[in-house]
Write a protein that binds this ligand. Structure first.
Ligand code: ZN
Length: 689
């Protein structure tokens, strides 16, 4: 019965023949009164999940309330609904006093089927009164952009936190929370924050088969810029979108694209309104080859023929990445999403997180400084100079903002005066330092996950779908045909034999210093350039001397992606070996499936090619004899083979074919101790005995 009615409303009011995948289940549960958290990307038909039930319930005089933080979006939806003959209205701060009063009167009388409100409305007693007057005519409460309720989400809004009180007071018979982007952690938090019991979670629609995902490693700004320009130049028709992490970078990429003769414009929050709108208009009307933007661009951008989205800088989280990359190929035709990955970008994002979340010490020091010298508040540069550790202007500004918001700073003609909130009167939200620290930690672990995506040795689609908890991840568990790793287009490569040895060394080190050190420190132990005397006994210390730190940390990341080691949470994560890692370390299992990040650096590639040619020149029988001898010695000492000498040294011996101990001593990797211990045995193996 209900199904028939839903179909009638779907066709008559919304003009659709059928629901899209995922919508039917959500709508059925909403109608049944089960609390639902639904995660669907933009464009997957999220709003119909509450609009359709609202219209059906409106036929029995029900009034649905929709909470949304975006005025522009509310207006769009109201005008679409009105055009479809649904009585809808939006109650926002943009309406005049008179309009608001009229709206509230209409609401009281139940004249609307759907009313959109901003979360801060719930602070208004008049609004609460009007809702109370509705009584049991309130048919459902939908909370859109529900990730804003979670402090783990990327757009936390304190006003959303108040919604749980509204839910408790109104007891809506149907409750649905919707968002386009939420990790499993955030989804659970949404349900808890809204006081939902026995919540049903739906995650659908993240799998976009027409998007081709890839990552290109770049080193340095020049290589990054030229790669980006080349990608835009060779895009397959349509228009390109380049995302930059900062306004400054956006300006510089835009300049490079213009120099290369592209029709390019820039869009960021630092531009005057008129320029920003001009950029967006030019982009929408198809007058551009490319637009370069910061994350300020995107809300409501719905252009069908974006063929290429390049992230020139690393985004701050996988949610942000997929939301931005997902603007490509809205028309369903194939489109590319390329992430340019440079290690220095990780530091840039870490810096951006640090300045967004000033620490307690910093705020305390700032407050004391201003107390002693209020005039400094007018001049951030002088204020900065007054600190011994010269914090960045950005972090000072965040700290100033935070203190003002919580009533610890009063502004008087541009001068910041340190005060206590009770001196100011009025009400201020309480200062939540631990909360601030938790959020900074959460941002950092999201950034780590984003870096993991760049280094991911397997299917990129699978990585993202699992990250969001979309059940479609099971379908691509065996790989796909639309990402660089599955198509074997660079990105990552299988391990060489030498790299297999390196993996064992690293696993052995991680196992022995378990949980004490992070990635950088482990690499430095492997290289032997740490100066910690406590590690003197560690047999693997220095076993990978001569390997670059970058190479070793990349290898560690790959081990982590393959779950051979795991990383603790927090700002200074340490590494620990897993059961699977132990099996590989002890030679009980191989790391055959492991892949490593392929560097695009030309010099490295050449060096690798040269090594391959040399290998072919070596006498295979001599190599075999040396290997057998090494294994024998290693087994005698119960040590790993590389402890005797590395593959590189083995190759060098086979190449030089030394006949005397002196000549053997010249081979790189054979020091006096090794010469004394293994010299005769090595010479015998070279001779063939
Ligand atoms: Zn794939």
């Amino acid at each position: 019965m209900v199904a028939d009615q839903l179909q009638r409303v779907l066709t008559d009011t919304f003009g659709f023949d059928a629901l899209r995948p995922g919508q039917a289940e959500v709508i059925a549960e909403v109608m049944d009164g089960r609390p639902v958290v639904t995660v669907m990307p933009t464009g997957a038909g999220k709003s119909l999940c509450y609009q359709l039930p609202a219209v059906l319930l409106g036929e029995q005089n029900g009034v649905a309330l929709v909470v949304s933080p975006l005025i522009a979006l509310m207006r769009d939806q109201v005008s679409q609904l009105t055009a479809n003959g649904v009585a809808a209205a939006a109650l926002t701060s943009a309406s005049s006093q008179a309009e608001q009063s009229e709206l509230l009167d209409n609401l009281r009388r139940g004249e609307y089927t759907i009313v959109y409100v901003a979360p801060e409305r719930f602070r208004s007693p008049r609004f609460i009164d009007a809702l109370a007057a509705l009584g049991d005519r309130l048919s459902l409460l939908a909370v859109d952009e529900a990730h804003c309720i979670s402090e783990w989400g990327h757009e936390f809004r304190p006003d959303y936190r108040q919604l749980k009180h509204a839910v408790a007071a109104l007891k809506p018979p149907r409750l649905i929370a919707l968002t386009a982007t939420a990790t499993p952690e955030v989804r659970v938090d949404i349900a808890q924050q809204l006081g939902m019991a026995e919540t049903s979670f739906h995650v659908r629609g993240f799998d976009r088969k027409n998007l081709h995902l890839s990552v290109k490693a770049v080193s340095g700004n020049a290589q990054k810029t030229s790669t980006m320009v080349e990608l835009i130049r060779t895009r397959n028709g349509g228009v390109g979108l380049v995302y930059a992490a900062t306004r400054k970078n956006a300006e510089s990429y835009n300049a490079a694209l213009k120099d290369a003769g592209m029709r390019s414009r820039v869009y960021h929050a630092g531009l005057p309104d008129v320029d920003r709108h001009a950029s967006q208009d030019a982009f929408m009307s198809g007058d551009l080859d490319v637009i370069v933007a910061t994350n300020a661009f995107g809300m409501g951008v719905d252009k069908a023929n974006i063929r290429l989205v390049v992230h020139a800088d690393l985004p701050r989280s996988a949610e942000a990445y997929y939301q931005e990359a997902g603007r490509a190929g809205r028309d369903g035709d194939s489109a590319r999403c390329v992430l340019l990955f440079s290690h220095s970008d990780v530091r840039l994002q870490q810096y951006l997180i640090d300045i967004t979340y000033p620490g307690a010490d910093m705020m305390r020091a700032l407050w004391k400084t201003l107390k002693a010298n209020p005039a400094l508040g007018a001049d951030t540069e002088r204020l900065r100079e007054s600190f011994d550790d010269k914090p960045s202007t950005g972090s000072l500004q965040s700290a100033l903002q935070y203190l003002s918001k919580h009533g610890y700073i009063a502004w008087d003609s541009g001068v910041a005066i340190a005060v206590q909130p009770q001196q100011l009167g009025g009400t201020f939200p309480p200062m939540d330092i631990p909360g601030l620290e938790r959020r900074a930690d959460s941002e950092k672990s999201k950034l780590h996950r984003m870096v993991d995506y760049a280094h991911h040795p397997g299917c990129r689609r699978e990585f993202l779908l699992s990250y969001f908890g979309d059940p479609a991840s099971a379908q691509v568990a065996a790989g796909c045909t639309s990402c660089d790793t599955c198509r074997g287009e660079g990105g990552t490569t299988a391990l060489t034999e030498q790299q297999h040895e390196h993996v064992k060394v690293l696993l052995n080190i991680v196992s022995q210093v378990s949980g004490r050190f992070g990635r950088g420190r482990i690499a430095s132990v492997a290289r032997g350039d740490d100066d910690d005397w406590r590690l003197g006994e560690l047999p693997e210390r220095g076993a990978l001397r001569g390997q670059s730190t970058r190479y070793l940390t990349d290898l560690l990341r790959s081990l982590e992606s393959a779950s051979l080691i795991e990383r603790s949470r927090g700002e200074y994560p340490t590494l620990k070996i897993t059961r699977a890692g132990e099996r590989v370390a002890f030679g009980e299992d191989s790391a055959d499936g492991l892949r490593v990040f392929a560097s695009t650096s030309k010099r490295k590639r050449k060096r690798k090619a040269a090594a391959v040619i040399n290998d072919a020149d070596l006498d295979p029988q001599m190599v075999e004899r040396l290997r057998a001898m090494r294994l024998e010695l290693a087994q005698e000492m119960s040590r790993p083979a590389y402890h005797v000498f590395s593959n590189r040294t083995l190759d060098a011996i086979a190449r030089d074919q030394p006949e005397t101990l002196d000549a053997l001593g010249e081979v790189p990797g054979i020091g006096p101790k090794k010469l004394e211990a293994y010299g005769e045995a090595i010479l015998a193996a070279v001779r063939g005995g």
